[in-house]
Ligand binder design. Structure first.
Ligand code: NAD
Length: 466
């Protein structure tokens, strides 16, 4: 479609949603639950379509699609349906002595119109997960899926068109220009998932309309391996967390900090785990159906230049390094002897390269983490509660997991999100509902009653009561 026609279509849809959002202020939990049930039914009856679309985009293995794209969304919908009545209920707050005679409560009203801008790496989950929160809160939504995963984007559009009227939920596919045009509209809330650099653009655009934002961003999430650790357990969990989705996961361990005394056995254990998971029959990882591809040429080139930069500056390839340009294949790659002047230790890797940095003392590892922007996730592998607590208390990150990685994404009751460079605001479950809700403070005064005449002039207040 011609660009100006799309802009016209966006403006029309935005106006429709603006009007509908006023009606939706009074939507009941039954109405919202019905919308969520319809979404759940559609997903359940189109599992194969969803799998095929995502697989077509970057050969993501079907099992990974089931767990990380479909189950994450269906379990979120079920959890929200179960709890929505309770979340929507106004919450009474205790009486205030200074305001005797009044009663107060918090009312959860929908923010109104929302814009959801999604990335490509979990194209279904990260577009539809926020939609579940928006519908639960009673908001309308326009979704802008990523242009990098066109099959998933088309499927999302088809699903939304089959399920909802455009005054409630609509999809606009396309490149950055579409996103920019959408951002010129005065949405009540913008939920963005993507890179920190684009996050800044989103926040600037939101500032023009004072739209509230949830920014789910990225960064360099560390995995710290203590000297006192179960090596095999840690190695297998780090390998899974790093190479699921071919390393293209916002909460994948970006790099590992390992105690120098155990670096050698740990690297050996990592290498063994890669072979066990992706090459058990020794046919070559390239032939594994359990390993996804890099999303496009641009990212393959970017990752290749990260690797070349590291090697040219002295990094040692302990595993992998093989690339097949025709297939967008990038082998799981482990690097040691990395140093701070290498791009792999400065840029978010977002691909299957795992640099290993060693440390002598846990405080050195903590200083390393604290020298970088606050990460989205931090992982600690240790048998020692003191080491774990020291690291958790002396570092700051959006989330943290001990003796595992990535799985906190699946916990509906944990707020999911980053801090500063890795994000602003939280998602999932009740936290997602709150992100799309205005917590309206309501105070009810009785007619004819004034809590304190001393509030009004002429003032007799002496300050003695402070
Ligand atoms: P991206 O920031 O390049 O793009 C995300 C979305 O923003 C896309 O829909 C894109 O079309 C749009 N966009 C891009 N440039 C824009 C601009 N100038 N103006 C307006 N819109 C624009 O991110 P990506 O490459 O799709 O995803 C990878 C990044 O997302 C990584 O940094 C990763 O860590 C992060 N991420 C974070 C989470 C999370 O939950 N915190 C989840 C997944 C990915």
């Amino acid at each position: 479609m011609d660009e100006s026609l799309i802009e016209l279509e966006i403006s029309k849809t935005f106006s429709l949603q603006k009007s509908n959002s006023i009606r939706l202020r009074e939507s009941t939990s039954d109405y919202r639950i019905k919308q969520l049930e319809n979404l759940l039914d559609w997903i359940k009856t189109h599992l194969d379509d969803i799998r095929k679309a995502i697989h077509a985009d970057f050969k993501k293995p079907y099992s990974e699609i089931d767990i990380s794209e479909i189950f994450t969304v269906t379990s979120e919908i079920k959890y929200v349906i179960k709890n929505l009545n309770d979340w929507m209920e106004p919450k009474k707050v205790s009486r205030s002595l200074a305001l005797l005679g009044t009663s107060s409560y918090i009312q959860y009203e929908p923010k109104g119109t929302s814009l959801i801008i999604a990335p490509w790496n979990y194209p279904f989950n990260l577009a539809i997960g926020p939609l579940v929160s928006a519908l639960a809160a009673g908001c309308t939504a326009i979704i802008k899926p990523s242009e990098m995963t066109p099959h998933a984007s088309a499927l999302i559009r088809r699903m939304i068109e089959e399920l909802y009227e455009p005054d409630t939920v609509a999809v606009f596919e396309g490149e950055v220009e579409i996103s920019q045009y959408l951002l010129s509209k005065p949405f009540d809330h913008i939920f963005f998932t993507g890179s920190p650099n684009v996050g800044k653009i989103i926040m600037k655009a939101a500032a023009e309309n004072l739209s509230s934002v949830t920014l789910e961003l990225g960064g360099k999430s560390p995995a710290i391996i203590d000297k006192d650790v179960d090596l095999l357990d840690a190695a297998s969990k780090v390998i899974w967390g790093k190479f699921v989705n071919c390393g293209q996961t916002c909460i994948a361990p970006d790099y590992v900090l390992v105690h120098q005394d155990i670096q050698l056995p740990f690297v050996n254990a990592l290498n063994d785990e890669i072979t066990k998971m992706y090459n058990p029959k020794n046919k070559g990882i390239e032939h594994s159906n359990d390993y996804a591809r890099i999303v496009n040429d641009k990212h393959l080139v970017r990752l290749n230049s990260l690797l070349s930069d590291a090697i040219s500056k002295g990094a040692k390839v302990e595993f992998g390094g093989k690339i097949n340009v025709n297939e967008n294949f990038f082998e799981p790659t482990i690097l040691t002897e990395v140093s701070e002047n290498m791009d792999v230790l400065n840029e978010e890797i977002f691909g299957p390269i795992l640099p290993i940095v060693n440390y002598v003392d846990i405080h050195e590892a903590i200083r390393f983490v604290n020298s970088k922007p606050k990460p989205l996730a931090l992982y600690v592998f240790s048998n020692n509660e003191n080491s774990i607590n020291t690291i958790l208390n002396k570092t700051s990150s959006g989330g943290a997991v001990t003796n595992d990685c990535v799985i906190h994404f699946l916990h509906h009751e944990l707020p999911f999100g980053g801090i500063n460079n890795s994000g602003i605001g939280k998602a999932h479950g009740h936290h997602g509902f709150l992100a799309f809700s205005n917590e309206k403070a309501v105070l009810k005064q009785r007619v004819g009653l004034t809590s304190s005449k001393s509030l009004y002039p002429p003032y007799g207040f002496t300050g003695k009561k402070i």
